[in-house]
Design a protein around this ligand. Structure first.
Ligand SMILES: Cc1cc2nc3c(=O)[nH]c(=O)nc-3n(C[C@H](O)[C@H](O)[C@H](O)COP(=O)(O)O)c2cc1C
Length: 166
């Protein structure tokens, strides 16, 4: 619960390496997400190659922090694993958010970088990571030890709550 309210987008990282053990914990949290009909359509590409991290900002304009991270995880969907057409987007969103919460819990920092549905980013990632036709890149999470501190924000807004009808 603390992680939900404490989590912020962290875009600066220290040089400290993130261990494989922690990466597995983060992915385990992603795989624990709910999915439509329990279809679990996700795959996770762990990117540690600096050359690959440096390529992404060339087609993704809001990802300049990526080369500053030692590692990133790309959340992808396997369309062949779909049981309910199109619900993979919500499944991958739930997985991404679970991962961000685990990142916070582990004392690490990350930010959700949107890939799908922006065509240029999807095509760029598919080429760069050599993804098969049935695999759609959905989001990217740079991960590192925080190089900046952000305070929690309370975004509660009563005017957005509607009871029974609008
Ligand atoms: C679907 C989605 C796509 C996002 N894409 C980017 C992005 O490409 N680059 C980026 O720096 N932040 C991105 N963000 C992070 C948002 O800017 C951030 O969550 C928002 O400003 C709220 O700030 P907070 O995460 O610190 O609470 C994205 C967030 C979501 C949910």
């Amino acid at each position: 619960m603390n992680a939900i309210f404490r989590r912020r987008s962290i875009r600066k990282y220290t040089d400290e390496q993130v261990s494989e053990e922690l990466l597995e914990k983060i992915i385990r949290a992603g795989m624990a997400a709910p999915s439509a009909g329990n279809e679990q359509p996700w795959h996770f590409v762990i990117i540690t190659d600096e050359k690959i991290l440096k390529e992404i900002p060339k087609f993704h304009p809001y990802s300049s922090m990526l080369p500053g991270a030692k590692v990133a995880i790309a959340v992808c969907a396997d369309l062949n694993l779909q049981r309910y057409d199109g619900y993979w987007v919500q499944d991958c969103s739930a997985a991404t958010q679970n991962m961000l919460l685990m990142v916070d819990e582990l004392g690490l920092g990350s930010v959700w970088l949107g890939v799908y549905p922006t065509e240029e980013r999807v095509i760029g990632m598919k080429k760069l990571l050599n993804l098969p036709d049935n695999i759609i890149p959905f989001s990217i999470l740079p991960i590192g030890y925080p190089g900046e501190k952000k305070e929690p924000v309370d975004r509660f807004d009563k005017s957005r709550i509607h009871w029974n009808i609008w």
